[in-house]
Design a binder for this molecule. Structure first.
Ligand code: SER
Length: 318
């Protein structure tokens, strides 16, 4: 039986991953860690235990780990790329200071650790198309630099101390539940809100800019499946490329327009977001994840669009 702590349980990924893990392992066995100001509400609050858990406070993490006999930590605390660029020291403190607290607690208490990396861990010198699992990583954003460091530190704790660290490089994540808030790929979520509200979408990313994206159910499945994988099959650990779709703004717009014929989009390119996007891969190669732990996503752009429009219509229009 797994006893799980999720740090960042009320965030973009955490709010859905916590519910999925509670369905799989039982509500009482999954602790939702949150920071004051981001308290769990509704289903998230009612379905299992919750504790204040600041990722930079190792003592607080250790106390929760002992209280609940935690064996697995999902460390989801992070600032997304655009916010991080405005607060680089805070991004580092949360991303790397926080990771070190988690890894130390994991080392002392024998916990497995999942910490997401990102397509942002690649940079302008990485091959842009079908970016390989193992290749040059020289990102220029603080977000990317902290993700590369996350990968290296996580592997270090595995190799040196035997801590069971595992991770994926998430693409832009698309969901109708919690908004992303401050990433470069957020446009691919925002565009659905505009479409459902019947508003014109002003796209901050230029036409022709390809980025990897993924529907949240596949991302959650990846996190669970990797943590359940037979360690004997893992050649890599931190972090696996995972992919399901790659598109540019005009392609997602055209897909939505099939179902919302009156939908319109114009462009007003945000230079920071565009620079990030231009330095990230067009598409990544996820062969290693497929071979080493059976990664196999369910959604493509069209099936995601049908589901997003349906679920968002119910959420926003009732
Ligand atoms: N979605 C993230 C961002 O845009 C990338 O991993 O910051």
């Amino acid at each position: 039986m797994k006893n799980i702590l999720i740090i960042g349980a009320t965030g973009q990924i955490g709010s859905e991953l916590t519910m999925k893990l509670r369905e799989l392992y039982g509500g009482a066995n999954v602790v939702a860690g949150y920071i004051p100001g981001a308290e769990p509400k509704g289903e998230l609050l009612e379905s299992g235990p919750a504790e204040i858990c600041d990722v930079t406070d190792g003592g607080q993490i250790a106390a929760i780990v002992k209280k609940y006999n935690i064996d697995t930590i999902y460390n989801l605390a992070a600032l997304l790329s655009v916010v991080a660029e405005g607060k680089p020291l805070l991004a580092w403190k949360i991303g790397i200071g926080g990771l070190l607290s988690v890894l130390e607690v994991a080392r002392e208490n024998g916990c497995a650790v999942f910490t997401p990396s990102s397509i942002g861990a690649f940079g302008p010198e990485s091959p842009a198309d079908k970016t390989p699992q193992d290749t040059i990583q020289r990102p220029r954003t603080i977000y990317g630099i902290s993700k590369v460091t996350t990968e290296l530190l996580s592997d270090y704790y595995h190799n040196k101390y035997g801590v069971d660290t595992r991770s994926v490089r998430f693409p832009g994540l698309i969901s109708y539940v919690a908004p992303p808030g401050g990433g470069t790929t957020d446009y691919a979520v925002d565009i659905y809100y505009s479409a459902v509200r019947g508003e014109r979408f002003v796209c901050p990313i230029g036409a022709g800019t390809l980025m990897d994206m993924m529907y949240m159910p596949d991302a959650l499945q990846a996190a669970v499946q990797l943590m359940e994988a037979d360690p004997a099959r893992l050649v890599h650990r931190n972090s696996f490329n995972i992919a399901s779709m790659s598109f540019a703004p005009e392609t997602i717009f055209a897909c939505i327009k099939k179902y919302k014929p009156a939908f319109e989009m114009t462009f007003d390119v945000d230079p920071l977001k565009q620079a990030n996007a231009d330095s990230w891969p067009n598409s990544i190669d996820d062969t290693c994840a497929r071979e080493e732990w059976g990664w196999n996503p369910t959604y493509d752009l069209d099936s995601m669009t049908v589901d997003m429009l349906d679920k968002l219509s119910k959420k926003l229009l009732g």
